[in-house]
Design a binder for this molecule. Structure first.
Ligand SMILES: Cc1cc2nc3c(=O)[nH]c(=O)nc-3n(C[C@H](O)[C@H](O)[C@H](O)COP(=O)(O)OP(=O)(O)OC[C@H]3O[C@@H](n4cnc5c(N)ncnc54)[C@H](O)[C@@H]3O)c2cc1C
Length: 366
C-alpha cells in the first residue's frame, strides 16, 4: 500500500489551502464551516475553481476527477474554516442522488445550477417523531392530478431558511410496512404553503429550522426515482452523508488554536495530543477507504461514528486547555457548545453502532 501523495495531489492541496486562506481573510473563519459557513459568493468561487461536482461523471457536467481530489479540497476548506456550506449538501448528496436516481430531464434542470454554485439545497428528513427511526415519518404527499399535495412538519432542516430547494423524504402511501410508501420529492422552497421557522440553538447558530408544509403543491414530475420505494435511495444518500472528511475535521481549527496554548511539557497533555493525532490519522484512513469505495457496504456508519467521536474528543481537549477562558471567547465558546451535535446529526452514534453490528457484522438483534 502506497500512502504517498502524487505531485498533482500535493499541488492541488497547496492551491486549495491558498484559496481557503483567502476565503477566511474575506469572509472570516467559521467553526464547522460546512454547516455554519454560508456564503453564496464563495460557492460561486468554488464552482469557478471546478470544485463543485469534482467527482461527478463528465456527462453530467462534473469534473470526472478521482475521489481523493475532492477529499483534498474539502479537507483544506473545512480545516481552515472557509465558508463552503451553501454548496456542501448539494455537492455531497443531492447531486449524486439525482445522478443515480433522477430522470434525464431532472438532471438537466437541477445539476447545472448546483455545479455553478447558484442553488442551495436542504434535506427534509427528520420530523418531531421521526429522527433515528426514519420509517416513522408522517409528512404526506398525495397525488392530485398533475401535482403532489404535501402536508406535514419537518424539523432540524439545516438551511431551511436560505435554501432554494428541499430534497423532501415523505410518505406517498400508507399501505404496507413502515419502510414502504416512502418517496423523495424535490420541493422549491418558495412554493406557497411552506412556512419556515428558524431555530436558534444555544450557540446562537440558526441554520436549522422547523418547516411546515400546508397543502404545498409541486408537479408530479418532481418525484425522484421510484414512487413509494425510496427508502433504499435514502439509505444510499445517507452513505454519501456519513463517510466523508467533513465528519472528522469540523473543529480542526480549534484544535490548532489549543495546540499552541497547551502545556506540552506536561506528560498527560502530551499523551492526550498523541492520542488525538493518532485518532485523526485513523479517521482519515477510514475516510480514504470510504471515498475509494474499499469499505464494506454500510461501514460509513462506523466511519461517521469514529470521526465524530474524535471531534468530540478534540472539543474536550480544547475545553481542558483553555479552562474557564473557554467560556469567555466567542469563537471558542461557540465551537465547544456545538460539539454535542456531531454525534447526533447525520444519525446518532448509538444508531451508527446498531448499523455496524446488525448490517455490517451480522450480529443477532437482541
Ligand atoms: C446540527 C444538526 C443538523 C441537522 N440537520 C438536519 C437536516 O438538515 N435535515 C434533517 O432532516 N435532519 C437534520 N438533523 C436531525 C438529525 O438527523 C436527528 O437529530 C438525528 O437523526 C436523531 O434523531 P432525533 O433527534 O429525532 O433523536 P431520536 O431518534 O429521538 O433519538 C433520541 C436518543 O435515542 C437514541 N436512539 C434512538 N433510536 C435508537 C435505537 N434504535 N437504538 C439505540 N439508541 C437509539 C439516540 O441515539 C438518541 O440518543 C440535524 C441534527 C443536528 C444536531
Amino acid at each position: 500500500m502506497d500512502f504517498t501523495w502524487t505531485p498533482e495531489q500535493i499541488e492541488l492541496r497547496e492551491r486549495a489551502r491558498q484559496v481557503a486562506s483567502n476565503a477566511v481573510a474575506v469572509y472570516g473563519r467559521h467553526n464547522d464551516s460546512w454547516i455554519n459557513g454560508f456564503s453564496k459568493e464563495f460557492a460561486r468561487e468554488m464552482a469557478a475553481q471546478g470544485w463543485i461536482g469534482m467527482t461527478w461523471p463528465k456527462e453530467f457536467g462534473g469534473g470526472g476527477r478521482p475521489p481523493l481530489e475532492r477529499l483534498i479540497v474539502g479537507e483544506e476548506m473545512i480545516k481552515a474554516g472557509a465558508p463552503v456550506a451553501a454548496m456542501w449538501f448539494a455537492d455531497r448528496q443531492m447531486g449524486p442522488s439525482l445522478i443515480t436516481y433522477g430522470r434525464p430531464d431532472q438532471q438537466a434542470e437541477f445539476l447545472p445550477k448546483i455545479l455553478s454554485g447558484e442553488t442551495t439545497w436542504c434535506i427534509g428528513m427528520s420530523e418531531p417523531d421521526a429522527g433515528s427511526d426514519l420509517a416513522a415519518l408522517k409528512t404526506s404527499a398525495i397525488r392530485d392530478g398533475d401535482s403532489w399535495v404535501i402536508n406535514g412538519q419537518k424539523i432540524w432542516t439545516s438551511f431551511g431558511e436560505v435554501a432554494d430547494y428541499c430534497y423532501l423524504i415523505c410518505r406517498t402511501s400508507m399501505e404496507g410496512p413502515p419502510h414502504a410508501g416512502i418517496s423523495e420529492i424535490i420541493v422549491p422552497m418558495d412554493t406557497p404553503g411552506i412556512e419556515v421557522r428558524p431555530i436558534k440553538d444555544m450557540t446562537t447558530n440558526r441554520h436549522f429550522c422547523e418547516v411546515f408544509y400546508t397543502d404545498v403543491r409541486v408537479p408530479v414530475d418532481n418525484l425522484v426515482g421510484v414512487e413509494g420505494a425510496a427508502f433504499k435511495q435514502t439509505m444510499r444518500q445517507l452513505e454519501h452523508e456519513r463517510g466523508g472528511i467533513d465528519r472528522l475535521v469540523s473543529n480542526y481549527a480549534l484544535y490548532q488554536i489549543a495546540l499552541e496554548q497547551a502545556d506540552r511539557s506536561d506528560p498527560v497533555v502530551r499523551q492526550e495530543i498523541a492520542a488525538l493525532e493518532i485518532g485523526y490519522r485513523i479517521g482519515r484512513l477510514l475516510v480514504i477507504r470510504e471515498v475509494l469505495r474499499q469499505a464494506p457496504t454500510g461501514f460509513s456508519a462506523a466511519t461517521k461514528c469514529f470521526g465524530t467521536e474524535h471531534e468530540v474528543r478534540v472539543a474536550e481537549f480544547v475545553a481542558r486547555t483553555f479552562g474557564a477562558q473557554a467560556t469567555l471567547w466567542d469563537p471558542l465558546t461557540q465551537g465547544l457548545i456545538y460539539a454535542p451535535g456531531y454525534t447526533i446529526m447525520g444519525g446518532t452514534s448509538n444508531v451508527m453502532r446498531n448499523i455496524l453490528g446488525e448490517r455490517v457484522l451480522g450480529l443477532p438483534r437482541s
